[in-house]
Design a protein around this ligand. Structure first.
Ligand code: ADP
Ligand code: MG
Length: 242
């Protein structure tokens, strides 16, 4: 069974028909990178996977459960999905450690000591064990993004969604975040990543999905989609970004 299966997904905002019939799966342990022009619906697709946006047509299955079904226990489904945004969305008034424990204690009902132990292990994983007492505004953008990753990992997600996680960073800080993501992929984390980092997609993705105007135009191994695209629309896009 695929970890995520999306069937015939359609999403509009008013008269703007943004997703126009998306069919798509993510297998357990797979790293899928979504590429495509601005406005093509990449963020909307990602947000439909955890129902931050509700599609009008289509289904989203997480481990075989249809999360668009009214009877679905949405909170339980969402708990399996970690999300990292372009803007890190840390709680500014909480320390790094507290940012990584608050959802563990409130949502997963973990005790404080256990939550802190898990948070520290994940902060260690992203190379920030020395920053546990710092506050977000004392950190660089790259460090804040790594805290956001540690926070998501602390919820033991089965799937991590990344929406352009390095797009808001100064160029010299991008590498550290990509290194953490590369390590996560090697550890076997299932990841769905919207990115403009073609070198990362080429190296880390098992599969690259090229979206344009609300449809998947082409998908396959990076060597094919990025290295030798079949579709003219993919070639046009790649000429602009490479
Ligand atoms: P991408 O991530 O590929 O740049 P998006 O999914 O963010 O594309 O946006 C696709 C289209 O949907 C754009 O035309 C955008 O303006 C529109 N859109 C996205 N979110 C909303 C929203 N919450 N309300 C209205 N329009 C939206
Ligand atoms: Mg986007």
């Amino acid at each position: 069974m695929a970890l995520v299966e999306i069937k015939n997904l359609h999403k509009s905002f008013g008269s703007n028909h943004v997703l126009r019939g998306i069919d798509f799966t993510v297998e357990q342990g797979e790293v899928v990178c979504v590429i495509g022009p601005s406005g093509s619906g990449k963020s909307t697709l990602l947000r439909c996977v955890n129902l931050l946006e509700v599609p009008e047509v289509g289904e989203v299955f997480v481990r075989g459960e249809d999360i668009t079904d009214r009877d679905c226990h949405l909170d339980a489904a969402r708990q399996q999905i970690g999300m990292v945004f372009q803007q890190f969305n840390l709680f500014p008034h909480l320390s790094v450690l507290a940012n990584c424990t608050v959802a563990q204690t409130s949502v997963l009902k973990r005790g404080k000591a256990e939550a802190e132990q898990i948070a520290r292990a994940n902060l260690d994983r992203v190379g920030l064990n020395e920053k546990v007492t710092a506050y977000p505004m004392q950190l660089s953008g790259g460090q804040q993004q790594r805290v956001a990753i540690a926070r998501a990992l602390s919820m033991d997600p089965a799937l991590m969604l990344f929406d352009e996680p390095t797009s808001a960073l100064d160029p010299e800080l991008v590498g550290d975040v990509l290194t953490v993501m590369r390590k996560l992929a090697l550890d076997g984390m299932t990841m769905l990543v919207v990115t403009h980092e073609m070198a990362f997609a080429r190296e880390v993705a098992d599969r690259v999905v090229f979206m344009d105007a609300g449809v998947i135009v082409e998908q396959g191994p990076p060597a094919e989609v990025i290295g030798n695209p079949k579709e003219e629309r993919t070639r046009t896009f790649l000429r602009r970004v490479l």
